[in-house]
Design a protein around this ligand. Structure first.
Ligand SMILES: *[C@@H]1O[C@H](CO)[C@@H](O)[C@H](O)[C@H]1NC(C)=O
Ligand SMILES: *[C@@H]1O[C@H](CO)[C@@H](O)[C@H](O)[C@H]1NC(C)=O
Ligand SMILES: *[C@@H]1O[C@H](CO)[C@@H](O)[C@H](O)[C@H]1NC(C)=O
Ligand SMILES: *[C@@H]1O[C@H](CO)[C@@H](O)[C@H](O)[C@H]1NC(C)=O
Ligand SMILES: *[C@@H]1O[C@H](CO)[C@@H](O)[C@H](O)[C@H]1NC(C)=O
Length: 305
């Protein structure tokens, strides 16, 4: 009987403390007019660990940093789990940038499961050499990997005035035996857009916002549309954490997920008695409340029999 009394008084003592610490917005932040929320974060320890060291806010401009370089984030769509990136050296209909200055798109191996250009995004690789890995393994003149994506491709892209200004013929678009000046494909067929590895001089990237139908390349939206993924189990962990007033984060060393509850961190959510702790007393308190619960449970079971 005395065990139960101790257990109840512990709860009475700590429950009000837990709720008084509002930690639900510890990790939410803003950069310019963009909201940074789970799984993204600007502070270390916040968000999902797959997105750590990814976003930086510089003078109200949100930057996205991966191994191929830095991109400006134009928007984050949390409902569709996508974001749009801008690379200043990305060719558009108005300007074709050659000289290998563009970033392309190469993501760290460990981060690849979390970020991928979307399937309706077309990459158009420009001025790639005949020796490019893109064209290897295909019969000469049959540039199999190049194809249209979501109705966008090089045939139409050549219609942009800037191609005429560049002088297409001089660039080798002579419809001869060499590879095409522009080769369009979805990200999935190459897995990384590394301009130096592919021996290309430039690139363009565009996407469609279905169900809008756009007619020509001057109306395509230029930029890189990236989809992001979070494992379902991690998603539900975060929902449960937020529902109990916590903020979703991760352990900066172990990378495991953490629910930040203000003065303490939980590996489940802020309501869990098993993780009840204040300040540095985590282990002792966990053990204490854990053994109390076990004792009470055993006592109840034995008394019912
Ligand atoms: C955010 O600000 C940029 C300019 O900095 C503007 O182009 C964009 O439309 C704004 N977006 C929203 C949703 O207000
Ligand atoms: C909780 O976790 C975050 C992120 O790892 C860390 O910055 C913070 O110091 C932790 N807080 C406590 C009370 O341990
Ligand atoms: C791109 O490929 C080159 C040559 O293979 C390599 O040195 C470089 O590290 C790659 N860049 C990235 C970002 O992976
Ligand atoms: C791509 O689209 C253009 C214009 O609609 C068309 O002429 C061309 O044949 C298409 N190419 C492929 C490979 O489907
Ligand atoms: C995602 O959830 C699984 C299962 O709970 C966990 O093992 C893993 O560490 C989580 N991943 C991250 C990056 O937090």
């Amino acid at each position: 009987m005395s065990t139960i009394i101790v257990f109840i008084s512990l709860q009475v003592l700590f429950v009000p403390v837990m709720y008084s610490v509002g930690a639900s917005h510890v990790c939410r932040s803003y950069c310019g007019n963009l909201t940074i929320d789970y799984p993204f974060a600007l502070q270390p320890g916040c968000g999902h660990s797959g997105f750590r060291d990814l976003l930086f806010c510089i003078n109200d401009v949100l930057m996205f940093h991966i191994s191929s370089g830095s991109y400006r984030v134009l928007n984050i769509d949390y409902a569709y789990r996508s974001m749009t990136l801008h690379d200043p050296h990305l060719s558009t209909c108005d300007s074709i940038v050659l000289g290998g200055r563009g970033n392309g798109f190469v993501v760290e191996h460990w981060r690849a499961p979390y970020l991928n250009p979307s399937a309706d995004n077309v990459f158009m690789l420009l001025g790639c050499s005949t020796q490019s890995p893109l064209f290897q393994g295909f019969p000469a003149g049959n540039h199999v990997p190049c194809r249209n994506v979501s109705g966008m491709g090089c045939e139409e892209y050549y219609g942009c005035q800037s191609w005429a200004d560049l002088g297409l013929a001089r660039m080798g678009l002579a419809y001869g035996t060499g590879p095409p000046v522009c080769c369009s494909l979805p990200f999935d067929s190459i897995k990384s857009v590394n301009l130096s590895k592919l021996e290309c001089q430039g690139y363009s990237s565009a996407y469609t916002l279905a169900p809008l139908r756009v007619s020509g390349p001057s109306e395509w939206t230029y930029g890189i549309r990236v989809r992001y993924n979070v494992e379902a189990s991690n998603d539900s962990f975060c929902k449960a954490c937020e529902a109990t007033g916590g903020s979703c984060g991760h352990d900066v060393e172990q990378l495991g997920q953490l629910c930040m509850c203000g003065s303490w961190n939980s590996t489940s959510n802020c309501d869990t008695i098993m993780k009840l702790s204040v300040g540095g007393a985590t282990t002792t308190m966990d053990k204490l409340s854990g053994s109390l619960i076990t004792a009470v449970a055993l006592w109840l079971m034995s008394s019912q029999i």
